[in-house]
Each structure stands twice: as C-alpha cells, then as structure tokens.
Design a protein around this ligand. Structure first.
Ligand SMILES: [Zn+2]
Length: 497
C-alpha cells in the first residue's frame, strides 16, 4: 500500500521551520521525502496538503488514558487534537503496573495490559509509566506508615516488572493519596531500580507553590538515586504568593542541568489547574481519607472544617465546581451562605468532585512554554467528546491545538512542533516516532497553521479543535475532517526498552 502526501509544508519535528516537500508512505512507514512532484505518476493514494503543515503525530507525554481508553475506545478527544501517541500512567496513577479490570477486561501484569491495548487497537499509540501511587496502594492499601522491608521489596519488584515489560519509566504524584505518605527514602529506594538505565522519573512534585524549592530538591535526589533522568510534570508556580519564585526555580533547573542531571518538563497551556475538590483542605485535614463520612456524622466536625477552610491553601472564591460551572463565590451567593460553609457542604457530598483552580500566572505560563526543555502535555482526564457524563477541564480536548497556537507565536512554528513531537519522543525514548524521517513510522498530522487552536472551555469541553485536517497513524488515515464520524483504530502499545 502506497500513499503520497503532496504540496504540503513539512515540519519534521527537529525544530527546523516548515519546508515544501512531498512524502511517500509505504505500508506503515515513511519511505521517502523529496521535492514537490517527485512522486507524480506513482501508483498510490494521493493526499493533497496544499497550504497545510505536515508534522509528526503529536505526542502527549502527560496523559491519563490508562483505563479510560478501554472505556472510550474511539479516544476522540485525543486523536482529534492530532495526538497519535500518549504516555499514560502520570502523577503516580497507572493501570498497567498492577493487576486490574475495566469494562469486562482484566489483566494480571504489564504484559497482559500491553496485549489488551494491542488487541483493542485503540486509535492512538500507548506508552506507559509505572505509577508509585498505584503500586503503593496495591501493596499497602491506604496505610500512611513507612513500608516494611518486605513491602518495599514487593513494590520494587512490581516496578522492575513494569520497566522490563516496556514502561518508559515511573511516575509519582506526591500531593495525592497514598503517594503523599511516602518519604524521600521510600522514593529513592524505588528509584534505585532504574540506576544504570535510561528509564525516566516523572513527578507531580510534593509542592508546586509554598514548598516548591524543597520539592524540587526532593525530586532531584530521587532521580539521582536512579537513572539521573527527571521529568517535572506540569511545571508551574501555583498561587499568586508564589508567582515570583519562577526566576529562582528556572535558575535552579539550569544549574542542575549544567551539572549533568537530565531535567525536562511538560506543561499544559492553561492557568487553571483541575483536580479533586478535596485539595482545598489545609493540613492536617488534607491527609484524611474519609473526610466526607466524618462531615456527615458530626455537626462539630462540620463547624471545625468550615473554620479551617479560612486557611485553605487555595483561593476558594475563584475555585470552579465543574459540575455546576460556577465559582464557590457564585454558589455561596446562590445558597445565601459563606464561601467556607458552601465549600464544606460540597466536601460533605464528596471530596472527589472535580474542581478547577485559578492558580497560575499567564506571564509565567508563557515563560515556561518557551523553555527549550518543556514538552507539551495535556494532563487531560476526560471530556464530553468521549464521555457525555464528563465534567472536565478543556485541556482534555484542547491542549495541543492551544499549545501550538501560543508557542508558535512565542517561539516559531518549527519550535512549537518540536516541543510536541521530536522533544517528547527523545525524552521518553519512544522509538521510530516524533520525527518525519525516512523509515520512521508514518504517524502524521496535517493541519492549517493559521487556524490550529482550541475554543473549548469549562462549559463546553466537547468543542472540537479547529484547524486539524487529517491524522495518520502507522500510514493509515485515523481521522479525516471530510469524514469526521469515522475513526480508524491503528494504535499500538509501544514498548520502551
Ligand atoms: Zn499531576
């Protein structure tokens, strides 16, 4: 099977600016690149890309597809952004590294999970990270204690098994349960499993604001105890009181990089974060796993939490409860109660409800996106495009188009594409992808460089990105704007060795 893509501007993922060239695809690979017209008359399917940019398929290094891709098998929210490969298992949560089940499927180990992904032909390729939270939960449940020697050995063994089955590395999420119970020693002991290898340590750090520098130091120590390769997940400085820390943060990262530690990062192009509403709780309540139950059972505790919320580390007034698409300030007015009491009542329903936090700076976002070592990453969880019930952050459907739109203006088209393709493939060591090169797998996206952007918001997280023309996975069209209802399932599990 041959395909020629002609008259398009090729942006090859290396950082070079787009160049007019034709591509010959044979079976699933890029067979040749040549000046326009070279393949005229070839017996092949012809795709005309006049006026369009052809880039390597985008690679989302910060995905949470794990079980979701088993449930929503068209993975539209991802594919329609031009993403052809996602790295799952971020922030410490990974389905593949422990036995699991979902939608009638089950797996006992990472190999079985990989086989399942291949059997289902999910539309986009899957790379996985092992997740510290998942492993700790599997071995120790919700126990806040340090692991015993035996528990630690069991966790190390699960991590080793996952890495030898092809996980690109491992991740932690140190603000979440039960990862927040782990101390640096536990993380270093796990990291030691990767020493001498190229397996990456990706971390959602213990603090992204008030204790940012201590958290960075911990991340560095953990990476140094292992492969010496660190990925800082969704790099940011949260809360206005910490915005100024960006200067020192970037200086420190530069110093570590100069000293030989490999540090890279990812970032979604939004200033709202999104996670569970339980994150509003100040210490020591932030470590309670049964907060809703306790609130339901005790009037005194309801009063205590209402009072404690005055010291929330988050700005409650601007926090959006996604199911209502209203801020807590708006909800408080509607209910005729204080913001704290309103928030307490929401926590009493469930601390797991989705919330969005306005906690980042636009200026810092632009500085971070421009850094040469920052990849695009969506941190997308769900959106209505896949799941009509979903209450999600627009990053789940708009991160890549928006990243391109912003970064192509701040840097250049070539640099924006590199940060979405070649850089992530290099950092996560994803073989034969991320670049338009002879013999590489033909994962490609064709788009209109002027139009590529996302208009999705919290109240409309089902809006398709604009500007994507066609997405090709392994040489075949997986989505085409002209036949927008059709999804091709050509994704594979990609082992990283
Ligand atoms: Zn995270």
């Amino acid at each position: 099977m041959k395909t020629v893509i002609q008259n398009g501007m090729i942006c090859d993922g290396s950082g070079h600016e787009p160049e007019l060239k034709d591509i010959l695809i044979e079976n699933n690979r890029i067979a040749e690149l040549a000046s326009p017209g070279t393949f005229a008359g070839a017996e092949a399917d012809i795709i005309d890309a006049s006026g369009k940019i052809i880039a390597p398929g985008f690679i989302d290094v910060h995905a949470h597809g794990d079980k979701r891709k088993l449930r929503f098998r068209d993975r539209k929210s991802v594919l329609l952004q031009g993403i052809t490969t996602e790295v799952d298992g971020n922030c410490g949560n990974s389905a593949s590294c422990i036995p699991g089940e979902c939608e009638g499927f089950s797996w006992k180990n990472p190999e079985e999970y990989a086989n399942l992904i291949n059997d289902l032909n999910v539309p986009v390729n899957t790379v996985v990270l092992a997740g510290h939270n998942s492993i700790r939960q599997h071995v120790m449940g919700s126990c806040p204690a340090r692991p015993t020697d035996e528990e630690l050995r069991t966790m190390q063994k699960l991590l080793e098994d996952s890495l030898s089955a092809g996980a690109a590395g491992w991740s932690s999420g140190l603000t979440y349960f039960p990862g927040k119970f782990a101390d640096e020693e536990e993380l270093k002991a796990l990291s030691s499993v990767t020493a001498g290898s190229q397996k990456i340590y990706a971390t959602h750090m213990r603090s992204e604001g008030d204790d940012l520098f201590a958290a960075l130091e911990e991340a560095v120590h953990v990476a140094q105890a292992g492969s010496n390769r660190l990925q800082i997940s969704h790099l940011k400085t949260i809360f206005p009181r910490n915005y100024h820390k960006i200067d020192h943060l970037l200086e420190l990262i530069e110093q570590y990089r100069a000293s030989g530690l490999e540090i890279n990062a990812d970032r979604y192009p939004y200033v709202y974060s999104s996670t569970r509403i339980g994150q509003v709780l100040p210490a020591p309540y932030d470590k309670m796993t049964d907060i809703s139950e306790q609130l339901k059972n005790s009037e005194m505790f309801r009063k205590e939490i209402t009072e404690a919320l005055k010291n929330s580390p988050r700005d409650l007034a601007t926090t959006i409860l996604i199911s209502e698409n209203m801020t807590l300030a708006e909800l408080a007015v509607q209910n005729g109660k204080s913001i704290e009491e309103t928030c307490m009542e929401i926590l009493m329903q469930s601390a797991e409800q989705s919330a969005a936090y306005l906690c980042m700076s636009e200026d810092n976002l632009k500085r971070i996106l421009a850094l040469s070592y920052v990849c695009a990453g969506s941190d997308g969880i769900s959106c209505q495009l896949d799941d009509p019930e979903s209450e999600g952050h627009p990053r789940a459907v708009g991160s890549f188009p928006r990243f391109y739109h912003l970064v192509s203006q701040i840097c250049s088209v070539g640099e924006a594409v590199r940060k979405m393709t070649g850089l992530p493939a290099t950092v996560f060591r994803i073989p034969e992808r991320g670049f338009i090169r002879k013999n590489y797998i033909a994962d490609l996206v064709i788009f209109d460089g002027e139009k590529l952007d996302s208009k999705a918001g919290f109240d409309r997280n089902n809006l398709l990105p604009c500007g994507i023309d066609r997405v090709i996975v392994a040489g075949k069209t997986a989505w085409n704007a002209a036949e927008s209802e059709k999804i091709g399932h050509y994704g594979r599990y990609i082992a990283v060795n």
